[in-house]
Every structure is written in structure tokens, then in C-alpha cells.
Design a protein around this ligand. Structure first.
Ligand SMILES: Nc1ncnc2c1ncn2[C@@H]1O[C@H](COP(=O)(O)OP(=O)(O)OP(=O)(O)O)[C@@H](O)[C@H]1O
Length: 429
């Protein structure tokens, strides 16, 4: 193993991710573990050079103050107690904190600043091989950032022992299924199962206008399709997953209440009984992107903007029809193309188009034409709890409008959504 590690043990702090990131910012790999980790579990972690006991306001759980076991205190590596509330006060000032951490890491523990993507990838490859042996791994590959980076890492570690399943449910953006096939099937020469399930999904969704119902149908049908593919393969005992650290935080820890349970589209029936392979579960989103870039994935995949699980299905408002869904997909592609050309890609957090289920009168080639409007949405946000709209230059809005109304069949108007969150949510459904 190439990297040294500092272990942060959670003694009820809400700042575990913060300290973990501060350690990584000093070039040292860090992992967060629960306070009740056993000595055996600790010993199984590679290259541990120091332990930080990170106390905080949730230290009292069910009336009892939690602590680590005596074995942890007696561990052969240095142990530092920090507390954001109580007995071992920790500086609030950023510089003072960095200095204290630096002294602990480099003077007390003698760690090497050897955390970088190259070493992380090398270590993960070793760990994946150790876990999987000559077993087979299955991965649901959406083409989104997380599952794409896991796929690239697994391909590098175990090659054809991995089978990726990509489900085209008809709700992906223009060019995405093709990109998955090109990058993973052709360029990386992976075992890729491409499932064309467009008709299945759209038939199930026909006539369904309630957004919750649409989401449920998409989620349930995805599981069904994936399960069918999984059952066709024999001898698979591992399931790769693009779990990343924020997913774990959002699911709650032993000392922090659950913010929300993490249900992803890839949730599987329990009787399939796989052991999970989750090599990104200690990475923050920006680190996942850096890992993807280091593995050679294209920028358009690694820096992809957030995309809802049910895809374009929630941007084709009300009951989805194939023609209106195509209007969403084509207008979204034009918007993305024009934003990229105007240098807004990577600057605006999220931008997309929505097509409501209404028509208005217009004129096309001298004749009356009842057609749909396309709504443009472009927002910036830090935490997705609130959002501001992007002030798009008028000339750009006019250009996008001209292109959409001339290139997208069935669309005669373009509107710009000026609403911040609140009162509007980012997505329309
Ligand atoms: N169309 C699809 N084909 C194959 N797998 C999919 C598909 N959609 C979702 N998945 C699986 O379900 C997981 C969760 O999907 P979700 O839409 O919640 O995205 P996510 O957590 O942002 O992950 P990603 O960045 O990989 O899309 C994905 O990581 C992937 O494993």
C-alpha cells in the first residue's frame, strides 16, 4: 500500500468530514470510522499512522457519554483527542487548527504527505483484487459520475471479471447511452451489457401524470430490468456500487441522526445477496471527479452536471409521450451546446429544459400551428436548499430561442424561468 492513513474516530462531532478534508488538504489520506471500532478492525486498516478522536456535541447518546475502547487508547500509534465542545478544545480559527493538525501529523505521527489520486488508485486496485479474488462483479452503470468512475476503477483492477449493465430507459440525455457504449464497451473493452428498455419504460409510463407515480414506476422497472440481467449471469457474488462519502453522511452515523435515507435507483432485491464493492465510499464528490479524470474518463462524463435519477422523465411534465420527450431531449441538447459555446459550462451549476403538457397557438410557414412551449431553467446553488437563477445575456437567450423553435419539432415558443428557490424548486416535478 502506498498511502499513509490517519483515522478519525467519530465521538459525536458534526465536523468529521471537515477534519477529514483538512487532513487530506495537508496531503495525507484520512478515513472516518465509528467510535466503537474494534482493535481487530483498526488493525485491518492499512498503514494507519495516527488516530484522532473527534468529540463534539453529540457525544452523549441515549444519556451515556460514548468513548472508544481502552485498546484504542493503548494503540501503538499516536492518539490525539480533539473536541469541538468539551475537554480537549480545538481551535476555531482555521490557521491555528491547520498548524495543530500539521504538528500532529508530521511531527508526532511522522506521516508522509503521499495522498494523491495516483496512489489512491493504486491502493484501491490492490484492495479490490484482495476482496474479489477471482470472483465476478456486477455493476449498474448509468453513465453518471459515480458509477462511471467505479466502472473505470474496477475495469483497471479486474478487467473482464466485471460485467457492467447499462439500462437505456429512454429518459437519458442526447448521446448518453452512445457515450457509455463508446467509452466502456469500445475504448475500455469492458464486458458491457447494453439493455434497450426504452419501450418497456415508456409503455409502463403511458398515461401516468402524477410525478410520484412516475418516479415509482421508473425505479421499480429499473430494478426489474437489472434483476433480469443479473439472473442471466452465473457465478456473480459481488456488486459494485458508486457509493460516495456524502451518501454515507446523508444516511446518518452512529452519533448523527439520519438526514435522509439514501435510496438510489440501483436498490436491489435482497435475495440476490451480493457482497458490495464500494471503492469510492471514502471520497467526496470533487475527489471522485479527480479520480475519474486520473483514470482517463472524458471531461463530459467527469464534470457532468447533476441529473435526477428519473432523468428526463421529470422534465416532460405530466404524462410522458414520445414526441414531447423528444422535444425535451432535443431542446436540452441545444441548450447545453449553446451554454458550452458561450463559456457557461462549468460556471452554471445546473441548466436544462422542461416541456409542459400544454399547447399555444403560433404561426409556422404562414399557417396556424398549435405547439408546445419549451421552458429554460438555469440555476446556481451551493447546497441545493436554495438557488438563484443565472442572469443569461439576452443575445444568448434569443439565439437559443431561435434554434429551439426552428430545430425542435412541435415547439413554437421558448420561456425563461426567472424563479429562484424558494419559491420554485430546481426541477419542475
Ligand atoms: N440507466 C441506468 N443504467 C444502469 N444503472 C443505472 C441507471 N440509472 C441508475 N443506475 C444505477 O443506480 C445508481 C444510482 O442512480 P442515481 O440516479 O441515484 O445516480 P447517482 O447516485 O448520482 O449515481 P451516478 O452518478 O452513477 O448516476 C447508479 O450509480 C447506477 O449504479
Amino acid at each position: 500500500m502506498k498511502q499513509d492513513m490517519i483515522v478519525v474516530l467519530d465521538l459525536g462531532s458534526e465536523e468529521n468530514p471537515k477534519i477529514a478534508r483538512e487532513i487530506r488538504a495537508l496531503g495525507v489520506y484520512s478515513e472516518i470510522h465509528p467510535h466503537d471500532i474494534t482493535k481487530a478492525e483498526l488493525d485491518a486498516l492499512p498503514n494507519v499512522k495516527g488516530i484522532i478522536l473527534n468529540g463534539g456535541k453529540n457525544r452523549v447518546v441515549d444519556g451515556v457519554e460514548i468513548d472508544v475502547s481502552d485498546e484504542v487508547y493503548a494503540h501503538s500509534v499516536p492518539v490525539l483527542s480533539v473536541d469541538h465542545k468539551g475537554s480537549a478544545p480545538w481551535p476555531q480559527d482555521d490557521d491555528a487548527r491547520t498548524e495543530k493538525l500539521r504538528a500532529f501529523l508530521f511531527d508526532t505521527c511522522g506521516v508522509q504527505a503521499n495522498w494523491n489520486m495516483e496512489n489512491f488508485i493504486a491502493d484501491q486496485i490492490e484492495l479490490i483484487r484482495r476482496q474479489v479474488g477471482d470472483g465476478k462483479v456486477l455493476l449498474a452503470l448509468s453513465g453518471g459520475v459515480d458509477s462511471s468512475v467505479v466502472a473505470a476503477l474496477l475495469i483497471k483492477a479486474i478487467g473482464k471479471q466485471l460485467t457492467c449493465v447499462h439500462v437505456n430507459h429512454g429518459l437519458l440525455r442526447q448521446g448518453e447511452p452512445e457515450q457509455v457504449v463508446r467509452v466502456f464497451g469500445d475504448e475500455m473493452d469492458a464486458n458491457l451489457v447494453y439493455v434497450d428498455a426504452v419501450d418497456r419504460f415508456l409503455d409502463k409510463l403511458a398515461g401516468v401524470s402524477d410525478p410520484e407515480q412516475k418516479r415509482k414506476i421508473i425505479g421499480a422497472e429499473f430494478i426489474r430490468v437489472f434483476e433480469e440481467e443479473a439472473r442471466k449471469l452465473s457465478g456473480v457474488s459481488f456488486l459494485g456500487q458508486g457509493t460516495i462519502y456524502p451518501d454515507i453522511i446523508e444516511s446518518g452515523t452512529k452519533t448523527v441522526k439520519v438526514v435522509k435515507s439514501h435510496h438510489n435507483v440501483g436498490g436491489l432485491p435482497e435475495d440476490l445477496d451480493f457482497e458490495l464493492v464500494e471503492p469510492l465510499k471514502m471520497l467526496f464528490k470533487d475527489e471522485v471527479r479527480a479520480c475519474g479524470a486520473a483514470l482517463g474518463l472524458p471531461d463530459s462524463m467527469v464534470y457532468r452536471q447533476p441529473f435526477p435519477g428519473p432523468g428526463l422523465g421529470v422534465r416532460c411534465l405530466g404524462a410522458i409521450t414520445r414526441d414531447r420527450l423528444e422535444a425535451v431531449r432535443a431542446s436540452d441538447a441545444i441548450l447545453r451546446e449553446e451554454f458550452a459555446a458561450a463559456g457557461l459550462e462549468g460556471k452554471v451549476w445546473q441548466y436544462f429544459t422542461v416541456v409542459p403538457d400544454i399547447k399555444s397557438v403560433g404561426v409556422r410557414e404562414g399557417k396556424r400551428a398549435d405547439e408546445w412551449p419549451v421552458i429554460l431553467r438555469a440555476v446556481n446553488t451551493i447546497d441545493a436548499m436554495t438557488a438563484e437563477i443565472e442572469e443569461i445575456p439576452y443575445a444568448l437567450l434569443k439565439k437559443i430561442t431561435a434554434r429551439i423553435t426552428s430545430e425542435v419539432p412541435g415547439v413554437n415558443r421558448v420561456l425563461y424561468d426567472l424563479t429562484p428557490k424558494p419559491t420554485g424548486t430546481i426541477e419542475w416535478e
